[in-house]
Design a protein around this ligand. Structure first.
Ligand code: ATP
Length: 344
């Protein structure tokens, strides 16, 4: 098995065997950590309008917030309100491609939760559909892991994972599977808080019993065993991903990445992972237990989102006090002067 760390040069991607180089992390937590602000607009039921987006919004084509499989995301401003938003431009040249984007819109119409990015509007033209989204100013969560100016402590991981879990719980209550939870799809609300939201519902779908899913193996290290096996997916498919994100937050290492895709897929199917790396020396037993209950090949044995939220690692305030003390001591020892923890 080859462990990896997040590559500084390419956010969200990973570097081989770089854990030996050591990452010096210092995280400054400010403000109330538990509940991110809701979007600066009420939840909307959106349909793709055939109008020209430029009649209503000024898109900053120079500023690319991110890019993905299907297009790019730009900052934009609604002309009438001055509201800053994000425009996700998705290439959709035929009806099949348009239907995929319309599924993303439909999914987002069903999701009104502070930890899930909100959809403001959508515009359809001949070659693309543009989704206008709540704007997130803080970058991807995993940019913080690789930022040498921050120390990511276990308590920070608790704060992040709890929010992700709450977003996932809401999706699952609405009968929706995300199916693409990975570090790049968790965004920070701003640079100075630790509030996060889940984005990218491009692969999300309503749960159907006994639906098998075939996916494009773009990022095999995040795939659940049932996806690798083209087997039925379910709510707990997202929980496997949550286990990987937790493992990465606590260590900077990717549990299943091999030297090539086939080794990675074998590691996933064989559930080849452990806590042997020195990055886990100080990790609490509760955190290890939390991950161990998610990275389980048989999906029906994994914790669901509600159970995960009840797990001591996310819910035990005495444990959080211990982690807080450890956090305080570490920050103090590092002579860091600026921090406040709002979790407790
Ligand atoms: N609302 C937003 N505010 C700020 N940045 C955003 C927003 N939405 C997306 N981004 C940035 O753009 C990137 C790509 O967005 P998204 O994942 O939705 O697109 P995608 O084409 O589906 O990508 P992928 O191929 O990774 O699935 C994100 O990782 C993020 O960095």
């Amino acid at each position: 098995m080859r462990h990896t760390q997040v590559d500084n040069s390419s956010p969200g991607s990973v570097l081989a065997n770089s854990h030996s180089q050591g990452i010096h992390k210092r995280l400054v937590i400010k403000g109330n950590t538990t509940c991110p602000p809701t979007a600066p607009f009420n939840h909307r039921i959106v349909s793709a309008k055939p109008n020209h987006i430029r009649n209503f919004y000024t898109i900053n084509w120079q500023e690319i917030l991110g890019g993905g499989r299907f297009g790019q995301v730009h900052k934009c401003v609604e002309n009438s309100s001055g509201l800053t938003l994000a425009a996700k431009v998705i290439k959709a040249r035929n009806q099949k491609e348009k239907d995929v984007v319309k599924n993303e819109i439909q999914v987002m119409n069903n999701l009104d939760h502070a930890n899930l990015i909100q959809l403001y509007a959508a515009y359809e033209s001949r070659n693309d559909i543009i989704l206008v989204l709540e704007y997130m100013d803080g970058g991807e969560l995993f940019d913080r892991i690789i930022d040498e100016n921050y120390t990511l402590m276990e308590l920070d991981a608790v704060v992040f994972i709890r929010q992700i879990c709450e977003g996932v719980q809401h999706m699952h209550r609405m009968n929706i599977l995300h199916l693409d939870l990975k570090p790049e799809n968790i965004l920070c609300v701003s640079r100075v808080t630790n509030k996060v939201k889940i984005i990218d519902f491009g692969l999300a779908r309503m749960y159907k019993q006994r639906e098998k899913l075939r996916v494009n193996f773009g990022t095999p290290e995040f795939l659940a065993p049932e996806i690798v096996n083209c087997d039925f997916v379910s709510f707990n498919t997202d929980m496997w991903s949550l286990g990987i994100i937790t493992y990465m937050l606590l260590s900077g290492l990717c549990p299943f990445l091999g030297d090539d895709d086939s080794e990675t897929l074998n590691n996933i199917l064989g559930c080849q992972w452990n806590f042997e790396e020195q990055e886990f020396v100080d990790t609490s037993e509760e955190a290890k237990d939390f991950i161990s209950r998610l990275l389980v090949v048989n999906k029906s044995w994994r914790m669901g989102a509600s159970e995960a939220l009840r797990h001591p690692w996310l819910s035990d305030s005495a444990l959080h006090h211990q982690l807080y003390t450890k956090h305080f001591n570490t920050v103090y020892m590092n002579k860091t002067t600026e921090f406040t923890v709002g979790l407790l």
